[in-house]
Design a protein. Structure first.
Lengths: 282, 263
């Protein structure tokens, strides 16, 4: 029997509206799937809130009564509390669905579907992020201001730019997780890469401390050389207006560039992987 | 005792069977602790003092905290798998064997890869104690040995106590992390960094102040800016024993509450 490649482009008559309808349906399914775990979401919110207190207190102590790394006290508070919520929206950690499905062979059924795997996983992930925005981002954003003075954006365009930046961060983070998981196509198991990802992403995305605390050359190297700052630090910097408008736009543009690059890499890797994948079973 | 030793031996053999994988795990596990220390260093890169303490003084607390946490995580952290066992009903298998439930659970899957973390944590403590300019007396030497051990017992108790929540609330998910990993972060900084009821709850309510902050004050020969007397540094073992007793009670109540699964 000849080889079959599941993701060859369908006939060109494919309808754009139909594509959007499929994408929307998958996203809604993702939203509903994650909305079933309400207790887990609650537990996550409690944990994020405790860490909000911890990180906010430490950074405020570092700022003293002045500024630190170019952030004022209120900007740091917003940075930490929105960051605690965004962490769950972009889902930095704890996604090994694809790697698990590759290991068990379930991925074969993904390949039989008439939707490109990258597209279908992305649609599901956007639905998940939508639910996380309600259940995980909103609570810390509401709790933080009760205990700390927070910074609110003073320029209107910032709000729109922040929204674009968050969506881009979700897409980019999905792409990175997909690539990390996809190593399982070659190694059967993605534990090592997942471990490195969990280690690196927290510190390099600006979760433990704002990356602006680092020396200038290192900041540039991280922003241009790795996708990590674009996952968390960029949306937060945009929101607290750390930089003038032109730099804000530049940061988001850089983020978009990374998202396009990583999604392209996902499709390429998926295509290569399908030529290697051996599904076990009878 | 022989049964436990057999369990441990089997674990060691199975985990080291794939050498490359085991080495990678050792390396990856040390990373988490390294980044905790890096975070403290970076924050001190932009400020000279934190809550009235210099970098050298804070590093003593980081050393006490990370060595205690890492060793406790190696010995007891495995209990984090309990929610899964309760949900699937696999905890039954532990109950029917003629050995204690808690020791079995801990030895059944002792994560040897976390040894690297413990070694690094102790290393940080030794370096921090060496560079903090401590005026060594016999009492301080004794405290430098006792405090990390008390910290291990304390963090171990926290691991067990938070895991028992899953006997009542199966889907508690990452709730335990807020006290275990949260406690680790809390004890890495001087208590003076935190404020209000949050400080009261974590430092004195849960007792985290006695893991690193109070012992570090005694070692450094500093008075507590928050007004606790110097003997508070020596209270660490007592606090740890109380925590262990409470955790043991919680565990026994939890095991009795366990009802397995079924349709």
């Amino acid at each position: 029997m000849g080889s079959v490649t599941a993701t060859v482009a369908p006939s060109t008559s494919a309808n754009v509206t139909r594509w959007f309808r499929t994408f929307g349906a998958l996203s809604r399914a993702g939203f509903r799937r994650y909305a079933t775990y309400r207790q887990a979401a609650f537990a996550g919110v409690v944990t994020n809130t405790v860490f909000g207190f911890l990180r906010c207190s430490v950074l405020l102590a570092a700022a003293g009564s002045g500024t630190v790394g170019g952030y004022g006290r209120d900007q740091l508070a917003t940075f930490v509390w929105v960051g605690q919520g965004l962490l769950a929206v972009v889902l930095l950690w704890g996604w090994s669905d694809l790697a698990d499905r590759i290991r068990t062979g379930d991925v074969a059924s993904d390949l039989l579907r008439p939707v490109h795997p990258v597209t279908s996983y992305l649609a599901t992930d956007l639905g998940r992020a939508g639910y996380a925005a309600l259940s995980r981002l909103l609570p810390p954003v509401l709790v933080g201001p009760l205990f700390f003075d927070v910074y609110l954006p003073s320029r209107w365009p910032t709000v729109g730019l922040f929204a674009v930046s968050v969506v881009t961060a979700v897409v980019l983070c999905f792409g990175c997780r997909f690539l990390v998981n996809a190593t399982a196509y070659w190694w059967q198991d993605a534990r090592g890469p997942l471990l490195l990802w969990t280690l690196g992403s927290g510190v390099l995305a600006g979760l433990y401390f704002p990356l602006r605390f680092l020396p200038e050359w290192l900041q540039l190297a991280l922003w241009f050389g790795t996708p990590f700052p674009s996952l968390l630090q960029t949306p937060l910097d945009v929101l607290v207006e750390r930089d003038p408008p032109a730099t804000q736009v530049g940061l988001v543009a850089l983020q978009l560039g990374w998202a396009v690059l990583v999604l392209g890499a996902c499709r390429l890797v998926q295509r290569r992987a399908e030529r290697r994948l051996v599904v076990q079973g009878g | 005792m022989r049964a436990y030793r057999a369990l441990l031996g089997a674990q060691a053999r199975s985990q080291t069977a794939y050498r490359a994988s085991f080495l990678l795990d050792l390396l990856g596990n040390v990373g988490a602790t390294v980044f905790d220390v890096v975070t403290v260093l970076v924050i001190y890169g932009v400020t000279r003092e934190l809550g009235g303490f210099t970098l050298r003084e804070t590093l003593v607390m980081v050393g006490l905290s990370s060595s205690a946490f890492a060793v406790a995580d190696l010995l007891v952290g495995n209990i984090e798998r309990l929610p899964g066992l309760v949900r699937t009903g696999l905890f039954d298998a532990v109950l029917v064997r003629p050995l204690g439930t808690l020791p079995q659970l801990l030895l059944m899957n002792l994560p040897l890869r976390k040894v690297s973390r413990g070694v690094f944590g102790v290393g940080v403590l030794v370096v921090a104690l060496g560079s903090a300019g401590i005026d060594w007396t016999p009492a301080r030497v004794a405290l430098a040995v006792v405090a990390p051990l008390a910290g291990v017992v304390f963090f171990g108790s926290i691991f067990v106590a938070t895991a028992t929540v899953s006997f009542w609330w199966v889907d508690s998910g990452e709730l335990a992390n807020s006290v275990t990993y949260g406690g680790r972060d809390f004890t890495s900084y001087p208590v003076t960094v935190f404020e209000g009821w949050f400080r009261a709850a974590f430092a004195y309510g849960l007792g985290f102040a006695f893991v690193s902050y109070q012992p570090a004050l005694v070692l450094l020969g500093r008075a507590d800016p928050l007004g606790l007397p110097p003997w508070a540094g020596w209270a660490a073992p007592a606090v740890a024993l109380v925590a262990a007793a409470l955790a043991a009670a919680a565990w026994r109540t939890g095991v009795r509450h366990y009802r397995s699964t079924g349709s």
